[in-house]
Design a protein around this ligand. Structure first.
Ligand code: ADP
Ligand code: 5GP
Length: 205
């Protein structure tokens, strides 16, 4: 497996999708977005097979039984999971696999693929700002919004588990930080085909 996993977590509404969208615009050919399965209902602008695979509760349980998932978790009353097969395939093809998953899922994925993962926690400067963004996004009912805010406080307790932390205040600065993390990891010796590079280098003598 020659690629690596760029894994982002953080409270819902912090700006993960917004930042990842920019990353895909710039690094499209190198990245592979892992489309998760979820039992959550699609939002107005979400498409099956693009944002998520929207599945029934029974289908999700069946997938768990069939070991379809690298990891799965229950988040805000819904199930979410990452395909093992597609992740492995993309890694074998040398891609940078982007996972946007919650803290529970991260802990499971880390146990299985620790040396392949670079992890980034993305959050807002405070809870109030998170609330404002969730209200502005306008995709949740009041009950769902409260659940997401409550969950956010629990997720914030897990900051120390991550390699990097981005407080997404000014979008441009946060994006610079995220792309710097990506670029730095692309150049790590550990992930590169050193034999091939050395052979090519010698042939040039
Ligand atoms: P997440 O994917 O983490 O749930 P989103 O990317 O959907 O979050 O962002 C939630 C809302 O916050 C969106 O309306 C988005 O436009 C807005 N947003 C994202 N980043 C910023 C930022 N740095 N400043 C202000 N608003 C932001
Ligand atoms: P949303 O409903 O806002 O799209 O996502 C809610 C939460 O579920 C976010 O924290 C997101 O990172 C997380 N999530 C999305 N896909 C997965 C997944 O495949 N596995 C896990 N564990 N969490 C996920």
């Amino acid at each position: 497996m020659s690629g690596f996993i760029l894994l982002v977590s953080g409270p819902s509404g912090a700006g993960k999708s917004t930042l990842l969208k920019k990353l895909f615009e710039e690094f499209e050919t190198e990245l592979y977005f892992s489309i998760s399965s979820t039992t959550r209902l699609p939002r107005e602008d979400e498409k099956n097979g693009v944002h998520y695979y929207f599945v029934s509760h029974d289908e999700f349980q069946e997938d768990i039984k069939n070991d379809y998932f690298l990891e799965w978790a229950k988040v805000h009353e819904n199930f979410y999971g990452t395909s093992l097969k597609y992740t492995e395939e993309a890694l074998n093809n040398g891609k940078i696999v982007v996972l946007d998953i919650d803290v529970q899922g991260y802990k499971i994925a880390k146990k299985k693929l620790q040396d392949k993962i670079v992890s980034v926690f993305i959050t807002t400067k405070d809870k109030e700002e998170l609330k404002k963004r969730l209200i502005k996004r306008n995709t949740d009912t009041i009950t769902q919004l409260e659940k997401r805010l409550e969950n956010a406080s629990d997720e914030m307790k897990e900051l120390c588990e991550y390699d990097y932390l981005i407080i997404n205040d000014k979008l441009d600065q946060s994006y610079e930080a995220l792309r710097a993390i990506l670029i730095a990891h692309k150049f790590k010796t550990k992930g590169q085909d050193l034999d091939r590079i050395q052979n090519t280098w010698n042939k040039g003598e």
